[in-house]
Ligand binder design. Structure first.
Ligand code: ADP
Ligand code: MG
Length: 663
């Protein structure tokens, strides 16, 4: 029987026909494989032997589905690989092959047992099962007491044995070993070869590449290479000693996995854990990247907090005004009517009627005049505003001292007066003016309250100003019976535009003529709202820019990390990870990084807020609202996703052979 032939009808494990693999170097083509026909049955132990550059590694990579043929065909257990996509190749690698490399390619951040487990992650094996099986394998290879050691705590021989255990993890049909003893001293090399021979005896197919005839001699079959072609293919004495390849008798462990990959959500915590380990492996770098994210998150949260606090302050000072959908009604056939002063038609009864309208929340009359006010020997020209009992509420005016008018004051034309802070200052200095009598024109009035009007919004000039019940002012100061103005506050949701025509209609009917005009403050309210939201947007923009800078930092570091961890990526691909698994891993790394940054950023923000609050101007309190927290978390997540995506897809697109060859 010639090597590689079998009496059974089953398709051979490996079948290469006319295999070519060429590389372009400059404008030449180099043929690393130049027409190779090779059949290997399950259970064989084959050495691919040849000088350096003869094409051994290229062939092993082809056999392991890490690389594709340029021409010819390759069948694995009868399955033609030429039509398979990347995911299908990954599945073939995972289910059929275990790789052993000259330089072991263990992941430095993982313990021996975790390294052995790696292939099973992609085979969908549950963590406990995986762990138990990895431990059993290590025990079988004599490494039970080294399970929790890290690669740099193991000798070369031990590391290679760990990598052999990893190759056995998914119970693949064949172990592909590229110069497995190449980095070992002769004693360790012998040990590893003994182990491979023993594994072959137990039924594992072993294909190894070597340039060393002594190593090759320990296998059962030597396929010799030169310049990409097979120059000889013969059985060794070892094969003659133990006869034909053994059937799969002593499979020590049952096949593993559920045969499928885990669904993305199933492997989420798995992958997040891997991401976490990778971040721990480069602490300084992780810390520096975190700093960028933290600064971004702190800015976003602080800006939101400041925006909210500012909004609250503004709201307190101007909120009433903002909510004040106000309509002002005054005499005049239209706005700016030159003869408005001669129209004396607006009466208290109009106000009564307006108050009864369902769209009106408040309606209050107002009159104006000027008069001299006197107290003892002091006098001043003052603005006299005649108002009703609800006027002060209407503008949310607060009394410095005393009170406003009652309904009875208004009904009874009571001689009571509310003065402003200017009159108080001018007439009374620091003394208490309540109960004192001042003259408004010729009318003696009792001072019952002092207010500081909100100046600036509707500045009535610098003139001191006093308030009388409008009835008192009309009957006892000016001798009029009409109003200068009616102030109307609409019910919530009402807009000036809709209600104005109704008001004009109503009053016009009552007066039998159109002799009033109206004005609303929609535009002013709108402007204020715009102003507040502009300020907020500005703050948000500043925060987002910092976050953007942080995000670019994340992307930068992730790109470096992908380059630096090319071998890790190559290895994961070799043990069966699909491109999507790699992409998800790196994406999650970026997201985990950003979420940690968010958590720390929010903490720092809280500390800053607690520290800052005592020193803020009155009325200001910073706090982290649920809204700010949500914004921060969402921003972090988005930053990770957006800036992690590009590096992650770069990682996924790496060519496994090339990645494994990187230093
Ligand atoms: P061996 O493992 O037997 O030492 P290889 O399979 O690594 O040999 O390489 C076989 C030939 O293919 C060599 O001439 C090598 O220069 C060439 N080769 C391998 N990989 C590449 C590549 N990525 N680009 C260009 N040439 C390559
Ligand atoms: Mg090689």
């Amino acid at each position: 029987m010639s090597p590689g032939e079998s009496l059974e009808k089953d398709p051979p494990l490996i079948e290469l026909r006319g295999a070519m693999r060429s590389y372009s170097s400059g404008d030449q083509r180099v043929f690393a494989l130049n027409g190779v026909d090779l059949v290997i049955q399950a259970g064989e132990m084959v050495a691919l032997m040849g000088a350096s550059g003869s094409g051994k590694s290229t062939l092993l990579n082809i056999l392991g589905c890490l690389d594709r043929l340029s021409a010819g065909s390759y069948r694995v257990a009868g399955l033609d690989t030429s039509g398979l996509d990347a995911d299908a190749l990954a599945r073939l690698r995972r289910d059929h092959f275990g790789f052993v490399f000259q330089r072991y390619n263990l992941l430095g951040q993982l313990t021996a047992v975790a390294n052995v487990e790696t292939p099973a992650i992609y085979a969908g094996l549950a963590p406990e099962q995986r762990h138990a099986r990895a431990k059993a394998l290590l025990q079988r290879l004599g490494l039970a007491d080294r399970a929790t050691h890290y690669p740099n705590q193991l000798s070369g021989g031990q590391q290679q044995r760990v990598s052999i255990a990893r190759a056995l993890m998914n119970e693949g049909a064949a172990i592909l070993a590229d110069e497995p003893t190449g980095a070992l001293d002769s004693a360790n090399g012998r040990e590893v070869m003994n182990l491979l021979v023993e594994l072959n005896r137990q039924g594992h197919t072993i294909i190894l590449a070597t340039h060393d005839p002594h190593i090759a001699a320990q296998t059962k079959r030597i396929v010799e290479f030169a310049d990409g072609v097979i120059v000889s293919d013969r059985l060794t004495e070892a094969a003659v000693d133990c006869g034909a390849p053994q059937a799969e008798t002593e499979r020590p462990c049952p096949p593993v996995g559920n045969g499928g990959y885990l669904a993305p959500w199933e492997s989420f915590f798995e992958t997040a854990g891997t991401a976490w380990q990778a971040l721990l492996a480069h602490r300084l770098r992780t810390a520096l990247t975190l700093l960028g994210v933290i600064i971004g998150i702190v800015s976003v949260s602080m800006m939101v907090a400041v925006g909210e606090a500012g909004g609250r302050v503004l709201g307190e000072q101007m909120g009433e005004f903002l909510n004040l959908r106000m309509i002002v009604l005054y005499p005049g056939k239209q706005a700016g009517d030159a003869f408005a002063a001669y129209l004396h038609t607006l009466k208290a009864s109009d106000v009564e009627e307006l108050r009864r309208q369902e769209y009106v929340e408040l309606a209050t009359p107002q009159t104006y005049t000027t008069a001299t006010v006197r107290y003892h020997n002091k006098s001043a020209m003052a603005a006299i505003t005649g108002v009703a009992e609800d006027y002060f509420d209407f503008f949310s005016l607060r009394f410095d001292i005393g009170r406003g008018f009652t309904r009875d004051d208004v009904k009874a034309l009571a001689p009571v007066v509310v003065i402003d802070d200017r009159v108080r200052h001018q007439f009374f200095y620091g003394a208490n003016p309540l109960g004192k009598i001042i003259y408004v024109g010729n009318l003696p009035c009792i001072v019952i309250g002092v207010i500081t009007p909100k100046r600036g919004l509707a500045e009535p000039g610098n003139r001191p100003s006093v308030f009388l019940p409008y009835t008192t002012s009309n009957a006892r100061v000016t001798g009029r019976d009409y109003l200068d103005m009616v102030l109307i506050r609409l019910r919530k949701g009402g807009s000036g535009k809709e209600v104005e025509p109704k008001i004009i209609d109503l009053v016009t009917k009552r007066h039998h003529a159109k002799d009033i005009a109206v004005e609303n403050n929609d535009a002013e309210v709108h402007n204020l709202v715009m102003l507040t939201s502009s300020v907020r947007m500005l703050l948000a923009a500043v925060g987002l820019i910092s976050l953007l800078v942080g995000g670019i930092g994340v992307m930068n570091i992730m790109l470096v990390s992908v380059t630096e961890r090319a071998r890790e990526i190559g290895l994961r691909l070799a043990v069966g990870a699909r491109q999507s698994d790699i992409r998800r891993q790196f994406l999650l790394e970026a997201i985990v990084l950003c979420l940690i940054g968010a958590a720390l950023g929010v903490l720092i923000c809280l500390v800053m807020i607690l520290a800052a609050n005592p020193f803020l101007p009155p009325g200001w309190t910073l706090e982290l609202s649920p809204q700010a927290l949500t914004t921060a978390t969402l921003c972090a997540f988005l930053t990770g996703t957006i800036f992690g995506y590009f590096p992650a897809s770069n990682a996924a697109k790496l060519d496994p052979v090339e990645a494994l060859a990187r230093e």
